[in-house]
Design a protein around this ligand. Structure first.
Ligand code: DX5
Ligand code: ZN
Length: 218
């Protein structure tokens, strides 16, 4: 299998020293950018203007995670500003397949995210429409929460099905990923790991990224 990808979440970065924190994670695969609207989730981060500057500044490609309502309206703008991947929530899209096709047409990887309580059944027939599926391992909204192991059967079932049908989709986990939880997610089929506090809270960010990557590859 391909080397596991580690995507640090800048939700745990210093928002007034964003350029410095982006440069600290140059050894990562992607930078995970959490967009929140205070409506889909009870927290607010930033929108396209900030993400455009992150895109211009970051040494690594952007993995945008949209925790916003009415994703159909807003997601394409993030693809247009150059994000490598744009992931919207299944719960927040009116036409998930149509939206994924629009994102791909613009040139982004199309991602769909599932909250812990959202079933994956609707995706089974459409795995080839997505480049990545994000199985949330906490309730979206905040960093620093505890990993929810009860989400692992859903991840396992999805990744098994993707292998069965030959869909080249990446499986991402987000929330509570650390040196103590990453192996469980990898065993259940994840290949892409978002980590906020485990990276930015570490004394040496490069060591934290390398350690997570090594543990996920075991
Ligand atoms: C939560 C965000 C995550 C968050 C993860 O809603 O989607 O990306 O930053 O933070 P940690 O790794 O600290 O759980
Ligand atoms: Zn996220």
């Amino acid at each position: 299998p391909a080397a596991p990808r580690i995507n640090p979440s800048i939700l745990s970065a210093d928002f007034v020293n964003m350029q410095a924190d982006l440069e600290r994670i140059a050894s990562a695969d992607f930078v995970h950018v959490d967009v929140m609207d205070n409506h889909f989730v009870p927290n607010l981060t930033f929108g396209p203007q900030m993400v455009r500057r992150i895109q211009e500044t970051s040494p690594v490609p952007l993995d945008v995670h949209l925790m916003i309502s009415d994703a159909d309206r807003w997601a394409p703008g993030y693809a247009e500003l150059g994000a490598a991947s744009v992931t919207f929530h299944l719960e927040a899209a009116h036409d998930p397949i149509g939206l994924a096709r629009r994102l791909r047409a613009i040139g982004a990887r199309a991602g769909v995210a599932l909250k812990p309580g959202t079933g994956a059944e609707r995706l089974y027939e459409h795995l080839h429409e997505f480049d990545q599926i994000l199985v949330m391992t906490v309730e979206p909204g905040f960093g620093g929460q505890s990993f929810m192991p009860e989400t692992m059967p859903k991840l396992r079932a999805l990744s098994d099905e993707a292998r069965r049908v030959g869909a080249a989709v990446w499986f991402q986990v987000d929330g509570g990923i650390s040196e103590t939880t990453i192996s469980r997610a990898a065993e259940a089929g994840a290949d892409t790991f978002v980590a906020g506090s485990a990276v930015f809270g570490a004394p040496d960010v490069d060591v934290a990224i390398a350690d997570l990557r090594a543990l996920a590859a075991e």
